[in-house]
Design a protein around this ligand. Structure first.
Ligand SMILES: *Cc1c(COP(=O)(O)O)cnc(C)c1O
Length: 719
């Protein structure tokens, strides 16, 4: 092993010797009691470790541990959490068994290039990873037998800093594996620890790490082993390299290596789920095995197809992987030679008719090798069918077999415990069991407006504290200019109407829309009676110059004294900051160009916390908005040329005429009842419909079960 890995040497007092196990199962992160254990163990250390129990346990003093092991209050908490942990890890009467008599009889293999589960495991860039992470957590909660495969990126995605001029600086930090919630993969007896993969002219080895996400095992592939060529060792270093060849190599390793890893673990999935085209090469490896068994190419394709499901996320052509054939030639030995087919036959599998004959389109390949495919919202489904119609040229658009399963978010991870407590108190304690039940949420009116408002205020104050905290830490490091403190949000007012805009910085999401008319915006923001403030956050892709210019423009606006410190840009948007933002602001803003947002999920997170959406009717909001649970920007019928202008006008006018007046219309003790009415409507309608619970039921019923039924050797599944 190259990486020093010494977690096991920890000396825990016998009475609390399962703390290590708990810390290394991210189950704790979505259970408030679990967090409580590590918070109360050593509060200062919990904070300085960045809420990372693995790190906390590695640095805690022996004395503190001994004290905890004798503290009755701590022991009571510890015992009850371990009891709950054991119950949840083994319970057999979960949803899957109840409502699906034919629960999947074997495992579902889920492949994704990124996973956002906890910020201590920085192997994600954004929404795609958040979805994959939420799926793992939900499957654990539901008892859906999922096994997940991904990549271990020791440098992950970058940490973002902004200079006084508004330039994004990217900092790639090497993750200390000892501080991460990963353990070396536990292989069944007799298997070697390294997985060989032929890559071009060389053999490359993959080491596998294991992450426990409740009941779900996530296996992460790592190429940084001594046996590898230096350039191969660096292959898994970073997420989303801009270099095409490096990307291709990563994708081959992820797909082929992932499938081989499962085989070495003696896992024989009954369904294989590819999340986005990044993971499509797992289909290639399975084709190879089918051919090895003696199947004809046709039969091999059919056998792989039957049990493969594919989710596409990207409504813009640039988002799909398209490789030059010249590049593929270098990897011929990995790609078509093992299948015993010609280059031409292989290329046909990834061809997109009418476009680029010398290219291999990975999404086209994935569609061809999957029996069930889906887009991630209703609207995205329509766009996707139009985009890929040529693959089914004999069919009418309505007949194209691409389903729409709208994304959802993992409720226990995203809904603030304070909101949950209110519902449990005033509606009924069965919130988790009934989270996708519209009837449960229809009782929101049982919660007194005053109580809900008090909670909303508390969540906002917490956000302001987080922002102050971050600014203070950066200030103390001595690397920020004084005027930057304003942009960091130090002048924000916890009582002003606060709008959040946090997402990847990119042209189509139009972070500039709000800045269209600076003077008008100034009047809106600095209104004496009804001040508004705006909190921005988000990263630009390191190679995207245009997006960095957008970010700079926003940052410089935040520095403008004319806005009185009411615009902030918070650096380094990640899971941790996202959690505080989607709970703490009043309004969640989204301004994509129409038909370019596949789904989006942050607005769902906001809604279930009573944060009201103000968004263009695109992605999920086109089906989530009901006229009473938020606001829609602009008109769906607008032309591309007019889009920016009319949307900006609509946005300003909503802020001036509806949103600000409603927010500041208070009763004698300061409660905005009409505002709360919308808050309740948002929680009521959006929580059940856009929960990961609902989403996984749809995946199971519409994709997994049908794909599992088709499987030729299904009888081996063993019920
Ligand atoms: C939820 C989330 C996203 C995805 O949200 P969008 O609505 O697609 O922008 C991205 N990044 C983080 C950190 C998130 O928590």
């Amino acid at each position: 092993m190259n990486v020093e890995y010494e977690k096991e040497s920890l000396k825990l007092p016998t009475r609390i010797n399962r703390l290590f196990e708990l810390a290394n199962n991210l189950w704790w992160s979505w259970h408030e009691e679990g967090r409580q254990v590590f918070r109360s163990l050593d509060y200062p250390l919990w904070r300085t470790s960045g809420h990372n129990p693995v790190k906390e346990l590695r640095t805690i003093s022996q004395e503190k541990l001994e004290v905890a092991a004798r503290d009755p209050a701590f022991l009571e908490l510890y015992d009850s959490v371990m009891q709950k942990f054991d119950d949840e890890m083994t319970k057999s009467h979960e949803w899957c068994g109840q409502t699906n008599p034919d629960k999947p009889s074997g495992q579902i293999a889920y492949f994704s290039a990124e996973y956002a589960i906890h910020h201590s495991l920085p192997i994600y860039a954004g929404g795609l990873g958040v979805l994959a992470g939420d799926i793992c957590k939900e499957c654990s909660d539901r008892g859906l037998p999922l096994v997940a495969v991904g990549f271990m990126y020791p440098q992950g995605y970058f940490r973002q800093r902004i200079s006084a001029e508004g330039e994004q600086q990217e900092d790639y930090q090497q993750l200390d594996f000892n501080d991460a919630p990963i353990t070396p993969c536990a292989w069944p007896f007799g298997c070697g620890p390294l997985i060989p993969i032929e890559l071009g002219d060389r053999l490359l080895y993959v080491r596998v790490w294991q992450v426990h996400v409740g009941r779900v095992n996530l296996y992460l592939l790592d190429t940084n082993v001594e046996e590898n060529h230096p350039s191969d060792r660096a292959l898994s270093a970073r997420l989303y390299t801009a270099d095409q060849e490096e990307r291709l190599r990563q994708l081959i390793v992820l797909g082929v290596g992932g499938a081989r890893t499962l085989r070495e673990l003696h896992i024989e999935p009954i369904v294989w789920h590819a999340n986005e085209d990044h993971t499509a090469f797992m289909m290639l490896e399975r084709l190879r095995l089918e051919r090895l068994k003696g199947s004809s190419m046709e039969t091999a394709i059919e056998n792989v197809r039957q049990c493969t499901v594919f989710t596409t996320h990207t409504p813009v052509p640039a988002g799909h992987h398209v490789f030059h054939l010249q590049l593929l030639d270098r990897y011929a030995r990995n790609l078509w030679e093992p299948l015993g087919i010609s280059r031409e036959e292989f290329v046909k599998l990834g061809q997109f008719p009418g476009l680029e004959p010398d290219r291999f389109n990975l999404t086209a390949f994935a569609f061809r090798l999957s029996s069930h495919s889906n887009a991630v919202s209703k609207l995205h489904g329509e766009v996707t069918k139009r985009m890929w119609h040529v693959l089914w040229s004999s069919k009418n658009p309505q007949e194209i077999p691409i389903l729409s399963i709208t994304n959802g978010v993992h409720l226990p991870s995203w809904q603030a415990p304070e909101i949950r407590e209110l519902c449990e108190k005033y509606i009924s304690p069965e919130l988790l069991q009934k989270q996708d039940n519209a009837e449960y949420w229809s009782c929101m009116d049982a919660i007194p407006n005053e109580a809900l408002w008090l909670t909303r205020k508390k969540l906002k104050e917490r956000l302001m504290m987080t922002i102050q905290d971050r600014a203070q830490r950066r200030w103390t490091q001595g690397t920020v200019a004084t005027q930057q403190l304003t942009a960091m949000g130090t002048l924000l007012d916890p009582y002003a109407l606060t709008i959040g805009y946090a997402r990847r910085f990119t042209e189509y999401k139009r972070p500039y829309l709000l800045l269209t008319d600076i003077e008008r915006l100034k009047r809106i923001i600095t209104d004496q009676e009804r001040p508004i403030q705006i909190i921005f956050a988000g990263k630009s892709h390191p190679a995207d110059y245009q997006s960095k210019q957008l970010l700079k423009r926003v940052y410089q606006t935040a520095l403008d004294r004319g806005f009185q410190g009411r615009i902030a840009f918070i650096e380094d948007y990640d899971l941790n900051l996202a959690r505080d933002l989607v709970r703490g602001v009043d309004v969640w803003l989204n301004t994509p160009k129409r038909l370019q947002e596949a789904s989006g999920t942050s607005g769902m997170k906001a809604s279930m916390n009573g944060v009201i959406n103000l968004s263009v009717l695109d992605g999920w909001w086109a089906e989530g908005f009901n006229g009473k649970n938020g606001w829609a920007i602009g008109d769906f019928q607008v032309s591309r040329e007019e889009e920016d202008r009319t949307d900006a006008e609509s946005l300003y006018s909503l802020l001036e005429k509806q949103i600000a007046p409603l927010y500041y219309k208070r009763d004698r003790i300061g409660v905005p009842h009409e505002w709360i009415k919308i808050v309740k409507e948002a929680i009521k309608t959006i929580t059940p419909a856009f929960s990961a619970c609902m989403m996984m039921k749809e995946y199971t019923q519409q994709m997994y079960l049908p794909a599992a039924k088709q499987q030729p050797n299904n009888q081996n599944g063993g019920k």
